[in-house]
Design a protein around this ligand. Structure first.
Ligand SMILES: C[S@@+](CC[C@H](N)C(=O)[O-])C[C@H]1O[C@@H](n2cnc3c(N)ncnc32)[C@H](O)[C@@H]1O
Length: 245
């Protein structure tokens, strides 16, 4: 039986999802932060704040921010949790470049270090972080379970994983309204402002196939995580998942 092809940004069968995702984020990096604010009407900032406020209860001293991008989640964690160290890692050099500029501007270079890498093959030691987190990152993995199992590996026993990711609203009328916005309006604004024809169409498509709510929790448990729970934000547009190693 043939496997279903993964949802990718560009229809280029010769390039892996990882390669296409890297190319896409490298291309849209200069517009990424601004588009987040415009497309979410600024609510993405509140989603990250909520996610970090939940993680703060665990008082982690060392944090790995997977798929850190332009480092918004890492910066919020440094500000609110005040850990000893945050490593933000990402596969896109251009996203990291913008993140680095923001970290320097905010005087957070002593706390946050950004590193280029692939979250499906982490270079960090086993059991080495108190918390591992990702915002809007895991949906882009080529192999979701491989990426999540790497997050599990580098987390110390008893440590916490926090994943903030888009989910699909389930109830009328937001389900229908959001679908129209996400499928038809957002890709047009995204195309004009990011100068990439496909990036925001990929956003919609990747959310449609991504396992959310109990399905995502099921994958976490399969990989060994325990004590999981999730918090639905904005009537289901986004969800925060928390679990322990
Ligand atoms: C939607 S952005 C999220 C950035 C940031 N976490 C935020 O909250 O805005 C997704 C990020 O995932 C990164 N990414 C995708 N696949 C990756 C992988 N295999 N390893 C590391 N980073 C990856 C992309 O380069 C991109 O910066």
């Amino acid at each position: 039986m043939s496997e279903k092809a993964p949802v990718t940004p560009y229809d280029d069968a010769d390039v892996s999802k990882k390669g296409q995702v890297t190319r896409m984020f490298d291309k849209i990096a200069p517009y990424y932060d601004n588009l987040n604010r415009v497309l979410s009407l600024g609510i993405d900032v509140l989603w990250r704040k909520k996610a970090i406020s939940l993680l703060k209860k665990e008082s982690p001293k060392t944090i790995l921010d997977i798929a850190t991008g332009t480092a918004d989640l890492a910066i919020e964690a440094a500000r609110v949790i005040r850990p000893d160290k945050i490593i933000g890692m990402d596969i896109s050099p251009n996203m990291l470049k913008i993140g680095e500029e923001k970290i320097i501007k905010r005087g957070l270079s002593d706390v946050i270090k950004l590193e280029l890498g692939d979250s499906e093959n982490l270079s960090y030691d086993t059991n080495s972080f108190d918390a591992v987190m990702a915002a809007f990152g895991v949906r882009n993995f080529e192999n979701l379970e491989k990426g999540l199992s790497e997050m599990y590996r580098v987390l110390r026993p008893g440590g916490t994983i926090m994943v903030l990711e888009f989910s699909k609203p389930r109830h009328f009328p937001l389900k229908q309204l959001f679908n129209v916005y996400f499928k038809y309006i957002l890709p047009v604004i995204g195309k004009v402002r990011s100068k990439d024809e496909k990036a925001y169409k990929y956003l919609y498509e990747s959310v449609q196939v991504f396992p959310d709510y109990e399905d995502f929790i099921g994958i976490l448990h399969k990989l060994g995580f325990t004590q999981s729970n999730y918090k639905v934000l904005s009537a289901g547009i986004c969800t925060i998942y928390l679990a322990r190693k």
